[in-house]
Design a protein around this ligand. Structure first.
Ligand SMILES: NC(=O)c1ccc[n+]([C@@H]2O[C@H](COP(=O)([O-])OP(=O)(O)OC[C@H]3O[C@@H](n4cnc5c(N)ncnc54)[C@H](OP(=O)(O)O)[C@@H]3O)[C@@H](O)[C@H]2O)c1
Length: 353
């Protein structure tokens, strides 16, 4: 790969002002191609991951003091194309990273943030953010133990698919919620013991009838009525992990208070149950070992990884920087299965957003 011709400029997506309305606020910024400094590399992004929180980030909910224009996107599978002095990786190396500003065709990254990969493959992408969220939160925050009953919400999504499999690998009984028959089939295929399509079955009734002792651990990503149902059905010593509250993200407020909140102490106390928050960025030291463990399990065939490149989406397939907005909207359509990924290997990256 030595002597590779690099472009004179790079392109990145930026949000020009704070708002969750992704399509309205995104712009393409062009800059001279940077030269890597000491222990830095320039990577060419191949696959970038879409996350529910892409719109939380642009809304300024991660950092209320964030300065705009704000570089967006969190993660990519990429190839090193230029390396600075003393960099650990050479041009040609496939890598993966978690860094703000990943929605760009090229990016400068410090070598300490890179995870080396055997090849440029989209299926590795779910592990670094979505998979780490699932695995680290279930282990460290949920204190998941073999034989426990676990409820995973949005179980067929980017992080849900890994949460289901991680809990199964741990020897747990897994209940998973979803909203379509396609997702029900998907959940059965990845080993979910009791998929529940909440559009056709009443989750509260299913839990009361089939799990009268309650659920030991809940991986809760939805909020609102889903949060209430999960709190009501916690077992003695049950732990509910707040992973997200997606039902509020598209609104300007972000969070919509749920009915159960006002009575939370009275509901938790008699069960010695707890509600615990989890945010991946507070678990930086666990990131590398957990991502390496998932890659190992994937290579051994113990963990599956599903990516949605938009082949079945009306605005798909998701190829090129200009498709990122469509891919984010696909996530909010509730139709995606697995991790939504955009392939930047487009011939024409100069088309309009
Ligand atoms: N705390 C952290 O560090 C962290 C890190 C990563 C992700 N997360 C959270 O994990 C959750 C899932 O994120 P993801 O990126 O992996 O997305 P995703 O699960 O791939 O996609 C979102 C899914 O959420 C479900 N959903 C339920 N109510 C929804 C609503 N009102 N609007 C849109 N979707 C709804 C849909 O599946 P159904 O068919 O099941 O309804 C939808 O397919 C989010 O809450 C996110 O913030 C948190």
């Amino acid at each position: 790969m030595a002597g590779r011709q690099l472009p004179a400029t790079i392109r990145k997506l930026v949000a020009v002002r704070a708002s969750p309305k992704f399509r309205e606020i995104l712009s393409v910024k062009t800059e001279p191609t940077p030269k890597p400094g000491d222990r830095e590399v320039l990577v060419k992004n191949r696959f970038v991951g879409i996350n529910a929180s892409d719109i939380n980030f642009t809304a300024g909910r991660y950092d209320p003091k964030a300065k705009f224009p704000l570089e967006v996107g969190f993660e990519a599978v990429a190839e090193v194309v230029d390396a600075g002095p003393n960099a650990l990786y050479k041009p040609g190396q496939a890598v993966m990273y978690l860094q703000y500003g990943a929605f760009s065709d090229y990016k400068l990254v410090k070598d300490k943030y890179l995870v080396p990969l055997p090849e440029l493959k989209a299926e590795y992408l779910p592990f670094i953010l979505s998979g780490n969220t699932a695995a680290i939160s279930l282990d460290k925050t949920g204190e998941l133990k073999p034989g426990e009953t676990v409820l995973i919400t949005a179980a067929a999504g980017g992080t849900g698919q890994i949460a289901v499999q991680w809990a199964k690998l741990k020897g747990c009984h897994v209940i998973g919620t979803c909203s379509s028959e396609d997702k029900m089939k998907f959940l059965k295929d990845i080993g979910c013991d009791r998929p529940v399509n909440y559009k056709t079955e009443n989750l509260r009734e299913v839990l009361k009838k089939e799990y009268p002792k309650g659920v030991d651990v809940v991986y809760e990503t939805v909020g609102g009525e889903m949060f209430d149902t999960c709190v009501e059905n916690l077992a003695i010593h049950g732990r509910l992990i707040i992973i997200g509250y997606i039902q509020g993200y598209e609104s300007d407020k972000g969070y919509i208070p749920s009915r159960t909140l006002a009575t939370l102490p009275a509901r938790l106390l008699p069960k010695s149950a707890s509600v615990r928050g989890f945010f991946l960025f507070n678990f930086a030291k666990d990131s590398a070992p957990y991502v390496m463990k998932q890659i190992q399990y994937y290579n051994e065939g113990k963990l599956k990884s599903f990516v949605d490149l938009g082949e079945k989406a009306s605005a798909g397939p998701f190829i090129g920087l200009e498709k990122i907005v469509d891919a984010v909207e696909h996530l909010y359509s509730k139709k995606s299965i697995g991790k939504i990924v955009v392939d930047l290997n487009s011939k024409d990256l100069n088309s309009k957003l």
